[in-house]
Design a protein around this ligand. Sequence first.
Ligand SMILES: [Zn+2]
Length: 270
Amino acid sequence: MPELPEVETVKEVLKQHLVHKTIESIDVFYPGILEDPMDEFLKNILNKTIIDIKRYGKYLIFELNKGYLLSHLRMEGKYYYLENSFMEDKHIHVVFHFKDNSTLYYKDVRKFGRMKYIDKNIYDELPLSKLGPDLILNENIDLDDIYHKIHRSNKAIKQLLLDQEILAGLGNIYVDEVLFSARINPKKKGYRITKKNLKDILIESRRILTLAISHKGTTIKSYTSSLGVEGEYQAFLQVHTKNICPNCKMTLNRVKIDRRMTYYCKNCQR
Ligand SMILES: [Zn+2]
């Protein structure tokens, strides 16, 4: 699943191509991608101009001259931008045709991705209003506030860090990397996490996500950038998908936490 660095990379590339373009027509081949009734979605999006593209957590936000198009790629959603040519694929579900003849294709093999039009201030509306602070965009995250949310839980810290309502942006890959760098066992319960642990988690999250963004994300099975950009952060992964701890050389543990495959070193992470 694309996480914060991958969505940030997609956003940057889309921004280079799409800002100032006006949507002339839209083809929707699989309406299940839309959270709005199709006729309403079309009416709201047609003839709108994209004035900016932003990201919050794992959401892409297309700012239009009126309203916003919110897009979540979920497991395998991908955008393809073509200047003058045409592509056909049974997994393409939505196509945006712009007035200058360029086209944006949305492809999603598993059809989990979602799009939605929002008329009002997007940060005050669901789903963004429910999200926790973005680990990159929000520079002054309230440590005490996050600590209280984590401290009253008996869920594993890995599961809590995947919860976008606590902190927005981490997914399965980067949580493993962050907890390894912070030397915290992913199974450690929320109420046992200290303020020092949490501080380390926030520091390591920012460091790792920033580094991953600079390498345009991680290219693994569920995410390959479709916009001519290859993520290279996989070369920097310490534990996720690995066998040996790079620190103590012991065999890494592999367990499922909240149905997600988790890699950690029980010797280094306490
Ligand atoms: Zn180790």
